[in-house]
Design a protein around this ligand. Sequence first.
Ligand SMILES: [Fe+2]
Ligand SMILES: [Fe+2]
Length: 234
Amino acid sequence: MNLDDIRYRVRGLARKDQLQKQLHKTDDDLLPWSDWLFVVSWLAYASAGVAVYYAAQVPRAANDLPPSHPVRVFMEEHVQILGFLDELEKAAQGAQKSAAGYEPGGPARGNLVTLAAKLLGAEPHHQREEQALFPRMEDAGVEGPPHVMRMEHDILRKAKHALEDLVKSGQAADAAFVERLGEIADTIVGTLRAHIHKEDNILYPMALQAVPPGEWAGIIADCERIGPCEWSKR
Ligand SMILES: [Fe+2]
Ligand SMILES: [Fe+2]
């Protein structure tokens, strides 16, 4: 075997090796795992960017919306309701420290009667949500969050009526009264604060994104038909 024969055989082996590599190509060889990792990372990055862009388009505060926008009205009413909740929390804590004044006809009892009326006076707010806003969200395919909010409204209605019944009753400001007042106040304050937080930060931004622009005129008309809360500053 001369030198040319050896060169010829080496070239043949090289060609054979290349051919075998091509024949045994796998899917991994088509796009190495590191490239897949890059593609997946890029897609995740791009979708996060799109999400951030759309989130930035949704107003986060009442001031971002026109003054007459139903969602701005809801959020401003929430601020007033949160003030009532602070008053109720303080009243229940005050009764635990000293029940003086909480006897029927007493000044602290009178304040509780007024407070219960203000809390029940938020009913038009909840009805506007239930009859004007939620149905449009449900029509747009957002069903879960409005369903949860309706359930919480029902819990709150019962608790507010229980508060009114208790404070308007002739029951003396004894230990049983103070304990019952504390229980009802805990339910109303805890449930309604969390409810408002969810509506302001999750449900309303969802509504602003999901409800088609053409539907808002109908929402405004329904809100006007139901009317404002008695204590509303609007
Ligand atoms: Fe609500
Ligand atoms: Fe609300």
